[in-house]
Design a protein around this ligand. Structure first.
Ligand code: MN
Length: 231
């Protein structure tokens, strides 16, 4: 059956040391998954179960890259995050079985229009305009790995123009990878190609035209993103 026009190309992310690409289906993001970041956003980290928001698959961009300063904001923030790539789908996945569903991992930046997010929170509106804009999910190349236990610790960091802004450890996650993916899979089925941005540590802040963000997760990879002109 023909389409009425050519479908949009499949969104995808690079795979480290390979010509292959990881096809992206959905991007799920965990909110406030590090206690110090929850506190800097004015929340009590001990009282909330994990919650999620999403970005569209075509928000990805391959590091290293220049992304345009997005419209409608004067307060664009960086959030460095460990990214988990799903290779096998499922629902109601038990924490101990999460490893069987993971293809690999990478490093992403959850770019955020913080002023629009603050307005959405105040008005009780969705976060889409704050989080789900074009180029809002730049990603490092993904690396395959064998066991979720191999990413339960490791330094996560981000610098702007060489100055460290975020510096923490994956072991600080309030809801570790196996737990928040199990929880997510109770709400909706996961499928191959899903990416999960696992939350950002403290130290989020603004970036401006010409700024260069560098960041990484030890043992997983590094990312470099420059802020370009508004489209
Ligand atoms: Mn985030």
């Amino acid at each position: 059956m023909p389409f009425v026009f050519d479908p949009t190309p499949q969104a995808s992310v690079a795979v480290a040391n390979s010509p292959d690409r990881f096809p992206v289906r959905r991007i799920f993001c965990v909110g406030r998954n590090y206690a110090a970041h929850a506190r800097e956003m004015g929340k009590d980290p001990d009282r909330e179960p994990p919650f999620f928001f999403t970005k569209p698959a075509d928000a990805v961009a391959d590091s290293p890259c220049t992304v345009p300063y997005p419209p409608l904001t004067e307060d664009l923030h960086h959030e460095i995050e460990l990214v988990i790539a799903i290779g096998k789908g499922g629902a109601n996945i038990a924490p101990d079985a999460v490893t069987d569903h993971i293809w690999g991992a990478g490093v992403g930046i959850d770019l955020t229009r913080r002023d629009l997010q603050a307005e959405a929170k105040k008005m009780g509106r969705p976060w889409d305009w704050a989080k789900a804009f074009d180029f809002s999910a730049p990603m490092s190349p993904l690396v395959p790995f064998a066991d979720v236990a191999s990413i339960e610790a490791g330094r996560i960091w981000l610098a702007v123009n060489g100055e460290t802004r975020q510096d923490a450890d994956i072991s600080d996650l309030i809801w570790p990878v196996r737990d928040h993916i199990a929880y997510l899979s109770q709400a909706m089925s996961l499928a191959p190609g899903d990416l999960i941005m696992t939350g950002t540590p403290a130290g989020v802040g603004a970036v401006h035209l010409g700024d260069v963000m560098t960041g990484g997760v030890d043992g997983i990879g590094e990312i470099e993103v420059t802020i370009g002109d508004r489209d």
